[in-house]
Design a protein around this ligand. Structure first.
Ligand SMILES: [Zn+2]
Length: 548
């Protein structure tokens, strides 16, 4: 009801103020047809490195060529290579021991006492008698007045970290309450340790050696692992159980009461004086080359200032191992129609609409990212090796799974409260009687789970919209139930298939908002910023001079 009242004039005023001569006209029919095409069985779940990749990217390239867009990849190419290095431990290559202050050497059993990986750039680890430092959660968050490291020097040392982030009642609000922050992730902790000169990171499990979960995890620790492009090049990473941690602390004569304050905000790192660790590990490396596809519309006035629309083209292939033969007896093709043929076509149709508008002042890039389902690897590959400098990248607008419902009053976004893109979006949404909300699922940690996040970690403001549930017809009651049913039934299942029955009205209204947002940015001189409470502002601020 509210929408009808707010539509019309206010929306038109905003459209005009954004300098658009022509209104967009997203076609639900064409979106549906595109999704149907690249999620068909013969694309075999679009797994990186397969025929499904080749067919998907060839089709996208042909679409962009027909539209008259320019190649947006490196050296005037459509494709950006993303070389994924995959590591597997060499059987019997791992060894570990620790030495106490009295000189006694304690051999360790790899896989029981300690897990060890050298899944970094050369696949080899060889550490002799490195000092150990317990760094609590291993978090340095100046904007939260939190620094576990204090002024301790960890160069050449191994840091021992606890997983997760502080969540005691006194400090939970400083860490976003129920929503996790980026400090929660192992990748962040490794980066922080590496930047400080540490040679290895060991996660301290809070369970004893006999714990079933620890033993199971230790077994799985040897599985093939794909290196995230740009990840910290530590000598090794690993984990120890609580018994080992306690033995080290006791040998170092540490006061356990001091260590108990990691949640209080008053903890700083402590060296385990006199205790050292030696480890060796070796891994075989094979590589898989996959590709991001990039198209662009160059800016007329400020071509070096870039707005990126991104979406991953890949999905998880066929069968549990991703590359099984197609079964003749059961459906084992993960078509990924929703995830993320829908976002892929969303970006393609965004390009079509923007190409039909007057050429923007800033450059707009349409980035189809690879290997998102393997850990955002195509986007991390781009962020580690950007085609356009990140400091003059204005924003990334990411689409992963278009909403499939009738119109909604709410526009859910990941990472509410992070940056000013949400304020711009809120203004555009308000003109249509719509409101911005959080993603409603804090336990999912969605903010770190799609291709916007590698941009975010590098300081580029990014936005990802999600599914609204407050249906114009039926409200939250109908919308939430329908969302729960669809997500439960189809997410990452072979049943995620195109259907002629999909209601794409919500997709069209969200695409329209994101179109307006992108063109507003592309025809203005705004640089979106991080909010003071965001963990990513400092990274962006380091390149402020490039945006004067
Ligand atoms: Zn996805």
């Amino acid at each position: 009801m509210l929408r009808g009242l707010f539509g019309g004039a206010a929306a038109m005023a905003l459209v005009l103020s954004a300098g658009l001569a022509s209104a967009q006209d997203f076609s639900a029919e064409r979106i549906s047809e595109g999704i149907r095409h690249i999620s068909a069985d013969d694309f075999q779940g679009r797994y990186p490195g397969t025929d499904g990749e080749r067919m998907t990217l060839a089709w996208l390239q042909a679409q962009y060529e027909d539209m008259g867009l320019q190649p947006g990849g490196p050296n005037g190419q459509w494709l950006q290579d993303v070389v994924l290095k995959r590591f597997t431990p060499v059987a019997g290559a791992a060894s570990a021991s620790w030495t106490g202050p009295d000189g006694t050497v304690h051999p360790m059993t790899v896989g029981t006492d300690i897990t060890l990986r050298a899944a970094t750039n050369d696949g080899k680890a060889a550490i002799e008698n490195a000092g150990l430092v317990f760094v609590g959660y291993g978090i340095n968050a100046p904007e939260r007045n939190w620094n576990d490291y204090g002024d301790i020097d960890v160069r050449g040392k191994v840091v021992i970290v606890m997983s997760g982030e502080p969540n005691s009642a006194e400090v939970a609000e400083r860490f976003n309450g129920v929503y996790p922050t980026a400090y929660n992730s192992g990748a962040y902790k490794a980066d922080e340790a590496f930047a400080r000169g540490a040679v290895g990171v060991i996660s301290l499990a809070t369970v004893p050696a006999t714990d079933a979960g620890w033993l199971r995890g230790a077994q799985f620790a040897n599985r093939q692992r794909t290196l995230t492009p740009g990840a910290a090049d530590l000598e090794f990473s690993g984990a120890v159980n609580h018994d080992v941690g306690l033995a080290w602390a006791t040998a170092a004569g540490l006061d356990m009461a001091t260590l108990g304050t990691v949640e209080s905000g008053n903890f700083t790192a402590v060296a385990l004086d006199g205790v050292t660790l030696s480890v060796a590990q070796e891994e075989t490396i094979d590589s898989l080359t996959t590709h991001n596809l990039l198209a662009r519309i160059p800016g007329t006035e400020r071509p070096d200032e870039i707005i990126i629309y991104s979406a991953h083209w890949d999905h998880v292939g066929v069968g549990a191992d991703h590359v099984s033969p197609v079964s003749t007896t059961e459906d084992n093709i993960y078509n990924g129609a929703w995830d993320n043929a829908s976002g892929t076509i969303g970006i393609l149709e965004m390009a079509r609409q923007i190409k039909a508008a007057p050429q923007p002042e800033r450059t707009i890039v349409f980035a189809h990212m690879a290997a998102e389902e393997m850990g955002l690897l195509g986007s991390y590959g781009y962020a580690a090796n950007p085609v356009y400098p990140l400091e003059t990248t204005v924003a990334d607008i990411n689409i992963d799974m278009l909403p499939l419902s009738g119109p909604t009053r709410d526009v859910a976004i990941f990472g509410l409260g992070q940056n000013t893109l949400e304020d711009d979006l809120a203004t555009l949404a308000a003109a249509e009687g719509r409101v911005i909300t959080d993603d409603r699922q804090p336990e999912q940690g969605f903010y770190t789970r799609s291709d916007h996040f590698p941009f975010v970690r590098m300081g580029v403001p990014a936005l990802m919209t999600w599914h609204g549930v407050d249906w114009d017809e039926g409200g939250v009651e109908a919308g939430q139930a329908a969302w729960d049913a669809r997500f439960g039934a189809d997410y990452h299942k072979p049943s995620d298939e195109w259907s002629a029955d999909w209601d794409l009205r919500s997709a069209v209204e969200n695409l329209t908002l994101l179109y307006r947002l992108g063109l507003q940015l592309a025809n203005g001189d705004e640089w979106p910023t991080w909010k003071p409470t965001s963990e990513f502002g400092a990274r962006r601020a380091a390149s402020d001079a490039a945006r004067q």
